[in-house]
Design a protein around this ligand. Structure first.
Ligand SMILES: [Zn+2]
Ligand SMILES: [Zn+2]
Ligand SMILES: [Zn+2]
Length: 545
């Protein structure tokens, strides 16, 4: 048994089943040794192991032959590339950050497993620094690729629309970390830049309100140096402070940064405004002598569907103002149609039953799809306001902040909001979230292979599995949303006798299966989710109305 040198791992054997870690009870090792012959005296080995060195999870164990005194060495884990730490300990730290485990959390986990505690905090912190260095390098590459992808998709001009958002982590009065990220608004949004900031305490040192706009401004200012690219339009939430700051402190002297609406937020206004009109005129007798709501009138289901159709119209026509105008008004006109006066000119034969029947030479009664004109006349001002060329121009080329929200929830799995974290961990979390969001878990193999000697068989397997779980959760969310949307339609149908049109409100339903793995589904779909919030919380914080 000659194992006097450290075990070495061949980089080319990433898929090698031998490149794995095992957790073995010490007694199993002793019983294994007792079945072998000593390489010196050739007797059946007998003796006891002694732990020469232990460093976190790493151990150097000596097995001394009680017959001849010969020593067999076991080095439980190889050294990483920089030669100053053992691979198993660096993997533990990377894994802990991926799970959002702090130093104490790791001790709990290792304790439960009857494994030794992690390395001393000083050493632990040094390793974090090394990991951070590799993570940030990988993050930069991922963001450069995302910038180039967005530029290619928008036709090659080095001018992009970005959506931005910031978030805060606070813990008592001791510290505040702020993070901000900019995301592309392409079909498959990706993160282009992230930044962070620390303050001792907002309550003691003033508001955090300024930090978000400053962080976003900082990322705009470095876009030319970093990517030779300008961010010419900004998609923000209802809060206009960030855009105002970008206008007052222009990052590029020759460019006025355009403010674009968050398209979901914008579409939601249709719901809010119509619901408000319905509520305010609940008991009013309309021009046709009947009330607003009720059987055969305009139901809440109609209103929700109007919002969904409007969001869909924006999503599908966001590069063409004229088409957007027509498909927005098609929602109104389609339902305003009567047999005497059909108004389906701007409808799409993909969903309009009237046009479908017409193309087959069949007759179709508009009463199947119409909503009483007296009701629609009441809500026409909403369309006139939201679907004017001027209003719609604010969502042309726009995007949503869905990606920013999804990014933050990924980040919080690594940087739990309730736990104090160092800026090193914060930056590592930002980097890992960016890489995972942009490219998936498997892209972490770049970090693994640069820090460790090899990827490792089970690391490959596990990251692959995480990507599969991630996309299956995406499709489940998708299905759940579809079901919820359909349920609502059924409810609406049972309360409205005229309800029989099948306005499709699922994006790309025809090629649903082929794109089910695409995270954009999850993102797009948020717009289609009929949450309770859509129905009950008519007034948003910040107030649209
Ligand atoms: Zn011996
Ligand atoms: Zn304080
Ligand atoms: Zn129509």
């Amino acid at each position: 048994m000659d194992s006097s040198s450290s075990p070495s791992v061949n980089i080319d054997e990433a898929d090698d089943l031998l490149d794995i870690n095992l957790i073995i009870h010490m007694k199993s090792l002793i019983s294994l040794m007792k079945q072998t012959l000593c390489s010196e005296c050739n007797c059946l080995w007998d003796g006891s192991p002694s732990i020469k060195t232990r460093n976190g999870l790493y151990m150097h164990v000596e097995f001394v032959c009680s017959n001849c005194g010969c020593i067999t060495h076991l080095y439980s884990s190889p050294q990483v590339r920089d030669g100053r730490r053992r691979e198993i300990n660096a993997r533990l730290e990377l894994g802990a950050t991926l799970c959002g485990l702090g130093y104490h959390g790791i001790i709990k986990l290792l304790g439960a497993l009857n494994l030794p505690p992690p390395t001393q905090q000083q050493k632990y912190s040094e390793t974090q620094e090394v990991i951070l260095n590799y993570v940030e390098k990988c993050q930069e590459q991922s963001m450069i690729a995302a910038v180039e992808e967005a530029i290619a998709e928008t036709g090659g001009a080095r001018e992009l629309t970005v959506s931005g958002d910031g978030a805060w982590l606070t813990r008592g009065h001791t510290s505040v970390h702020g993070v901000s990220a900019l995301c592309s608004t392409t079909k498959r949004p990706k993160f282009l830049d992230t930044t962070w900031s620390s303050k001792k305490c907002i309550k003691c040192q003033g508001s955090s309100g300024g930090m978000e706009k400053e962080m976003i401004h900082e990322m705009f200012c470095r876009s030319l140096a970093k990517y030779n690219t300008r961010y010419v339009s900004y998609v923000g939430d209802g809060d206009a402070k960030v855009h105002k700051y970008l206008v007052d402190n222009p990052p590029y002297p020759d460019i006025d940064i355009k403010k674009l609406e968050d398209t979901n937020h914008f579409a939601k206004r249709m719901l809010n405004r119509i619901m408000k009109i319905k509520r305010e005129n609940k008991n009013k007798i309309l021009s046709d002598g009947k009330r607003f709501s009720g059987k055969g009138r305009m139901t809440d289901g109609h209103v929700i569907k109007f919002k969904i159709y409007f969001a869909k119209a924006i999503r599908e026509n966001k590069t063409d103002l004229n088409k957007l105008y027509q498909s927005s008004w098609a929602i109104f006109n389609h339902h305003y149609s009567t047999n005497e006066e059909p108004m389906h000119d701007w409808c799409d034969p993909k969903w309009c039953k009237y046009l479908q029947a017409e193309s087959l030479g069949q007759s179709f009664s508009c009463s199947k799809i119409s909503i009483p004109r007296a009701c629609l006349d009441m809500i026409k001002p909403v369309f006139e306001e939201l679907c004017s060329h001027t209003s719609l121009a604010r969502v042309v080329d726009g995007g949503t902040q869905n990606a920013n929200e999804a990014y933050h929830s990924l980040l919080w799995t690594m940087i739990p909001k309730h736990r104090y974290c160092s800026s090193k961990i914060l930056r590592t979390g930002l980097g890992l979230s960016t890489i995972i969001f942009n490219e998936g878990y498997e892209a972490l193999n770049k970090i693994f292979t640069s820090i460790f000697l090899s990827m490792g068989y089970y690391s490959t397997q596990c990251l692959r599995k995480l990507d599969v779980l991630r996309s299956s959760r995406t499709s489940k969310t998708k299905n759940k949303h579809l079901k919820r949307a359909k349920t609502t339609t059924t409810v609406a149908a049972s309360t409205a006798s005229t309800e029989s049109d099948e306005f499709p409100y699922t994006p790309n339903e025809e090629n649903y299966d082929s794109i089910v793995n695409d995270i954009t589904l999850e993102l797009n779909d948020i717009a289609l989710e009929l949450s309770d919030d859509d129905i009950t919380d008519v007034y948003e914080a910040g107030g649209d109305d």
